[in-house]
Write a protein that binds this ligand. Sequence first.
Ligand SMILES: CC(C)(COP(=O)(O)OP(=O)(O)OC[C@H]1O[C@@H](n2cnc3c(N)ncnc32)[C@H](O)[C@@H]1OP(=O)(O)O)[C@@H](O)C(=O)NCCC(=O)NCCSC(=O)C[C@](C)(O)C(=O)O
Ligand SMILES: [Mg+2]
Length: 360
Amino acid sequence: MRTAKDFFTPLAVGAPTPLREIPARPSRAIHFFDPGNEKMAAKIPAMVGTTDVLLGNLEDAVKAENKEKARNGLVKIGQETDFGPTQFWTRINSLDSPWVLDDLTTLVPAIGDKLDVIMVPKVQGAEDIHYIDRILAQLEAKAGITKPLQVHAILETARGVANIEEICAASPRMQGLSLGPADLAADRRMKTTRVGGPHPGYLVRGDAPRTDDGGFAYDAERATYQQDLYHYTIARMVDACVMHGIFPYWGPFGDIKDTVACEDQFRNAFLLGCVGAWSLHPVQIKIANRVFAPSIEDVTHARRVIAAMGDGTGAVMIDGKMEDDASVKQCKVQVELAEQLAAIDPELKDLYDAIETPEA
Ligand SMILES: CC(C)(COP(=O)(O)OP(=O)(O)OC[C@H]1O[C@@H](n2cnc3c(N)ncnc32)[C@H](O)[C@@H]1OP(=O)(O)O)[C@@H](O)C(=O)NCCC(=O)NCCSC(=O)C[C@](C)(O)C(=O)O
Ligand SMILES: [Mg+2]
């Protein structure tokens, strides 16, 4: 067991001191690209500033024969690109793959000073994070890296979900978790073949209407409501992340053309507490940027409640609704996020600045 005293001690002589707090940098969209795909890679420099995170993917969706090409492409992009305000992440291959050791030993010396976060897929338990933690410290020390690399785990196995708290707590490098719906569905033997999103068969049905003789018309037309297959997991992930001071994200939405349902999936995650989602295609960046920012209506209302509540204690009526110490805290969540986003997004800043100062 690593004691509290040792938790923030570097795991290799010469490695940077671990962070005590994970910075809350906006990351509404984590945009995935294949660094070995020349067409995609060529677009990356121009995408700086349009998305909060650019992530060079080395794992699934990169063909086995292209793993080396993707890794080398990522090094080139990392070395040649000025990322400005945009975070630069990578998703390495899984820990049981033949590629991951080369990923780590190539990327850290070559672009370890540029990378912010390393996403680790298919994390099963704390032991996976401990492995990554130590090897990153060794590589950082060897390469003379001064800023510790952060680690993001993808939740995509039943064991990973069962071990979620210990994964979050395994290292001060832990930055956040993403939900990986496709691998998770396969591992759980769920019967959906979609990458995220709902399923028409997973629903609740309204009650059957009464018949004149006091029975029920089971065959009558009845409204059905599709349910969210991942609701439990998102909620579990949000609690575990918040408890440990790290950040929860929805993962991918595979139906690229269905921008409407994508927006719904992202908004559900936002409402439940997630800070961002993945973008697989440029069209999804705008959706995430829009969804993971508080609306004008919410910021207007929140500012109004905060102004009316003075020192934040007591209870007041606004538009017929009770507001008190707890609701003012809910409002501060919205206003603080709006301020963070306005600091990096001039369009949002203009929108939020245009809100008239609310009357108490
Ligand atoms: C879906 C695909 C094949 C459609 O690619 P396409 O070329 O057929 O699409 P398009 O609409 O024709 O593309 C239009 C233009 O956008 C470009 N483009 C297209 N995508 C991107 C991109 N991401 N970044 C930058 N540029 C992009 C593309 O190159 C093209 O350029 P052009 O106009 O010059 O011809 C493609 O978008 C893609 O490969 N996206 C990334 C897929 C990916 O990373 N998958 C892995 C993450 S999901 C996952 O792993 C699951 C999880 C978590 O593990 C688990 O649930 O278990
Ligand atoms: Mg996966």
